[in-house]
Design a protein around this ligand. Structure first.
Ligand code: ADP
Length: 362
């Protein structure tokens, strides 16, 4: 069995997978975590009480989601002291996530000193992006001195979706050009050429790119300075505005798309505008990624919105078969006969991908 852990600042999500079958055995979340040591003890006690395991050593490996792997990690790794030091060094780049991810790893080592632990990084799949795409057009020294560049996130999901697409098309992944669109609370889109990521919409942080539930995505950077210097809003509050009060929420006060769609049906103007903006911005990225990729084999939708909202899919892409789009169950093709490429819906499963990667390293 492998235990997959997603340790956040106040919650720990965990899923236990069967090693041979990749079938999920148990999944849960601990919220309002005060103290990691106790929380992990509770997780282990629960798995034993529920008889999923007899003892902790029944767990062959622990797979951790780690948000930032910087330029050091382009694939999952077995965690040793060097890896711990690197994750620590990357804390300035992911101050909200890497400390909690690291706490999870260190706590498991304290409780299970000889545990095999694997780190799977959100950024790793995007390390193949070429320099012309990952360097920002600001002074080059900011890259050299401070590591300011595009890293990209959601990599585990885009990689998983790409592999599932290859399976569906029955072709090797390294022969495929794809555009993968992950739409959830966070949203990102990736251009995949011959199976590897060559550009993605999230950047130095997960704030860049598409309009999201509460994040603004691409805006003129001068707006940030204007809010701070001319309007006089404190930089911390600007951070909060751009990450938590913008995107869909900034336009119509709501960030759950299901509610927004209901309001739009009742002719709420702000809800209609929010949906139009959300889809328009996805379209702009699809257009540019088509040009970057040349011929494409498939455009793939995933994430809570991508998997469940025919409306958003229909409004972002031409050549959709409306009947297929409205009736799709779980996964499948939704393009019409005119489409030069497949248009697919495939559910993502980041934890399963972490379990697969963890098992690979055993
Ligand atoms: P996260 O990024 O936190 O993992 P999800 O991938 O679960 O989030 O996506 C959450 C989003 O998916 C929410 O905006 C939610 O409204 C949207 N969503 C879920 N089901 C539907 C649906 N049937 N129609 C439209 N939107 C949906």
């Amino acid at each position: 069995m492998v235990l997959i852990l997603n340790s956040g600042s106040s919650s720990i999500k965990y899923k236990l997978f069967h090693t041979n079958t990749n079938k999920i055995i148990f999944s849960s979340i601990i919220e309002n975590v005060q103290e990691f040591h106790q929380a992990f003890k509770d997780i282990f006690d629960r798995l034993i009480q529920m008889k999923y395991i007899d003892k902790i050593s029944d767990i062959q490996a622990f797979g951790h989601r780690v948000v930032h792997g910087g330029e050091k990690f382009n694939k999952p790794v077995i965690i040793n002291q060097n890896v711990i030091d690197e994750i620590k060094n990357l804390i300035p780049l992911a101050p909200l996530h890497n400390p909690a991810n690291l706490d999870g790893i260190l706590t498991v080592f304290k409780l299970v000193p000889d545990a095999i632990q694997v780190a799977v990084f959100d950024t790793a799949f995007h390390q193949s992006i070429p320099k012309e795409a990952y360097i920002y057009p600001i002074s080059y020294k900011f890259y050299e001195k401070y590591g300011i560049r595009k890293y990209g996130f959601h990599g585990t999901s885009h990689h998983y979706i790409a592999k599932q697409t290859a399976k569906h098309l029955n072709k090797p992944l390294n022969s495929l050009n794809l555009i993968t669109i992950h739409l959830g609370n966070g949203d990102s889109i990736t251009a995949i050429k011959n199976g590897i990521s060559i550009d993605t919409s999230m950047g130095f942080t997960p704030l860049e790119g598409l309009m999201m539930g509460t994040r603004c995505g691409d805006i003129d950077p001068e707006i940030v300075l204007y809010l701070e210097n001319t309007i006089g809003i404190d930089p911390k509050e600007v951070d909060n505005i751009l990450n938590k009060q913008s995107g869909l929420k900034g336009i119509c006060d709501k960030n759950d798309l299901r509610d927004i769609i209901k309001d739009a049906k009742n002719k709420d103007e702000k809800a209609i505008l929010a949906i139009d903006m959300f889809c328009y911005r996805i379209k702009k990225y699809i257009g540019s990624y088509k040009e970057i990729l040349g011929d494409i084999d498939a455009i793939v939708f995933t994430g809570g919105i991508g998997e469940n909202s025919p409306l958003i899919r229909e409004k972002t892409i031409t050549n959709i078969d409306k009947i297929k789009n409205n009736n799709i169950k779980n996964s499948g093709e939704i393009q019409n006969d005119k489409s030069p490429y497949k248009i697919l819906v495939i559910p993502t499963d980041e934890e399963l991908e972490i379990a697969i990667q963890t098992k690979k390293l055993l």
